[in-house]
Design a protein around this ligand. Structure first.
Ligand code: NDP
Length: 455
């Protein structure tokens, strides 16, 4: 039996890596984690957390507008980007510390250095070789910037969070999660925003109506959306950056932001040296147990990409981390534990979008007959606020079994509402059970249990 320095060596202290390391250590094993950058990874530092904080800030402007309809007089409004950025940075520093304590309290050794693979049981950290029975790669992803002339004039979502000031004009390229979230933040804080998307609808992969309803609502808030449009080049202009589009039109902007996808963070990791295989798009190839082709090396989180339709989300990486720790050191994991079944997700655009289960398009492809229930309305809150924002809700039901296959929503707090319904879908809820559920009145969520007429 070979002796190793550690039972588990994790590369990357983001959501998945920290969770796997802590859970592995709770089984009485010797665990080390190496992190060259910040603790908490993308989510804590340049993703979910700063994005949601900035999204709250951007929403305030809508609250001030709404207040007048409720009898309030709101005084002079002024927004200070530096103040928001400093407050956000303080919160992130606090969270970095929380992660540090979580690791040390669990008995995990933290190495604040870069680790590279040497072979299936060895990593190199600061020039020193360290051995481990298992190695877990959890290095996440990073923005993929397109190779276009003048790309140096553009920024990625990472740089967005560190911008020195709020741009007066912003152009955002992309039609996915990050593009619509950051476009909404910029719009809410006061920038004049143009969103460019190469496709013909936003949020590809989700129910088609979510993208079209969201586009309509974002346009009502003043965002210019240009579909089937792509940037071809950028250059320094007389006033800001000059952006040329595929139809030869030219835009002038103070901020050109690309949110056109992310890629696995594997640069210089030593994958080739250790003989680890990658997929065509550069992600680490793993089997259903998260093992690479070298059995002692595993990988979880965004570094494994979207294999088997997995979503690149923090809670998915957390679940993978716990499964790997249980698999290696705890009790065996049942083969029917499909981590990726009914993963709910929310997009924190303005308004929010949330979804769980199958889209109408997926359901029609997989089931002989589906029933669709839909509702669109002005929520009670906006009867006095003066806002013309509308809520959209949709249920997709299997006609044969009455099982609810998917639930979709565009509207305030969509994520908060669908989190509970996601548990119901996991339990196999039928439309009849939803009908038997008493609503909470007056709420927006009650509409999901009162839709009676299939279209
Ligand atoms: P997405 O994959 O969601 O969207 C990428 C967008 O960029 C798509 O609209 C895509 O168009 C477009 N695109 C891709 N390549 C090009 C190109 N060369 N030129 C022009 N447009 C292009 O990626 P994001 O970067 O927005 O987010 C990455 C992942 O991070 C998400 O998929 C999600 O899993 C996660 N995330 C989750 C959040 C949340 O939970 N709220 C928030 C932010 C990110 P097309 O549709 O035509 O392919």
């Amino acid at each position: 039996m070979p002796q190793y320095d550690y039972d588990l060596f994790t590369i990357g202290a983001g959501s998945g890596g920290v969770r796997a390391s802590r859970f592995a250590a709770s089984h009485g094993t010797r665990v080390a984690v190496a992190e060259q950058q910040y603790l908490g990874g993308t989510c804590v530092n340049v993703g979910c957390i700063p994005k949601k904080l900035m999204s709250y800030a951007a929403h305030m402007h809508q609250e001030f507008d709404a207040a007048a309809g409720y009898g309030w007089t709101v005084g002079i409004r002024a927004f200070d980007w530096q103040a928001l950025r400093a407050a956000k940075d303080r919160e992130i520093a606090r969270l970095n510390d929380v992660y540090r304590r979580l690791l040390s309290n669990s008995g995990v050794t933290l190495m604040a250095q870069r680790a590279t693979l040497v072979d299936g049981h060895t990593v190199s950290v600061g020039g020193k070789h360290i051995t481990a029975r298992h190695i877990l790669i959890a290095t996440g992803g990073k923005p993929a910037m397109p190779d276009l002339p003048g790309i140096g004039h553009a920024i990625s979502s990472d740089a967005f969070f560190a911008m020195p000031g709020l741009p007066a004009r912003a152009v955002v390229a992309g039609g996915g999660y990050i593009a619509v979230e950051l476009a909404s933040i910029l719009n809410g804080l006061g920038s004049q925003v143009t969103l460019l998307h190469r496709g013909d609808r936003l949020l590809r992969g989700m129910d088609a109506e979510l993208g079209s309803v969201l586009a309509r609502e974002m346009q009502k808030k003043g965002i210019t959306i240009r579909l089937q449009t792509q940037v071809t080049s950028m250059a320094a202009g007389r006033s800001g950056t000059q952006v040329t589009l595929n139809d030869n039109r030219v835009l002038h902007t103070d901020c050109m932001l690309f949110a056109t996808g992310r890629r696995a963070n594997t640069d210089g990791l030593g994958l080739a040296q250790a003989g680890i295989e990658q997929t065509a798009n550069g992600a680490i190839a793993v089997d259903a147990d998260f093992r690479t082709n070298v059995a002692s090396v595993l990988a979880i989180g965004d570094v494994i990409g979207d294999v088997n339709g997995r979503l690149q989300l923090t809670p998915v990486a957390l679940a993978e981390g716990m499964q790997v720790a249980a698999q290696l050191f705890g009790k065996a994991v049942s083969a029917d534990d499909n981590l990726y079944r009914h993963v709910p997700t929310a997009v924190f655009s303005h308004p929010n979008v949330a979804t769980v289960g199958l889209s109408e398009e997926q359901a029609r492809a997989q089931h002989a007959a589906v029933l669709i229930f839909k509702s669109e309305f002005k929520p009670l809150r906006h009867t006095l606020s003066g806002s013309d924002e509308r809520v959209f809700m949709k249920l997709v039901v299997d006609a044969a079994s009455d099982v609810v296959l998917g639930m979709h929503m565009v509207g305030a707090e969509a994520g908060e509402i669908l989190q509970g319904f996601a548990a119901a879908l996991q339990c196999g809820i039928t439309k009849k059970m939803l009908d038997r559920t008493i609503g909470i009145h007056p709420t927006t969520a009650e509409e999901f249990v009162t839709m009676r007429q299939a279209l």
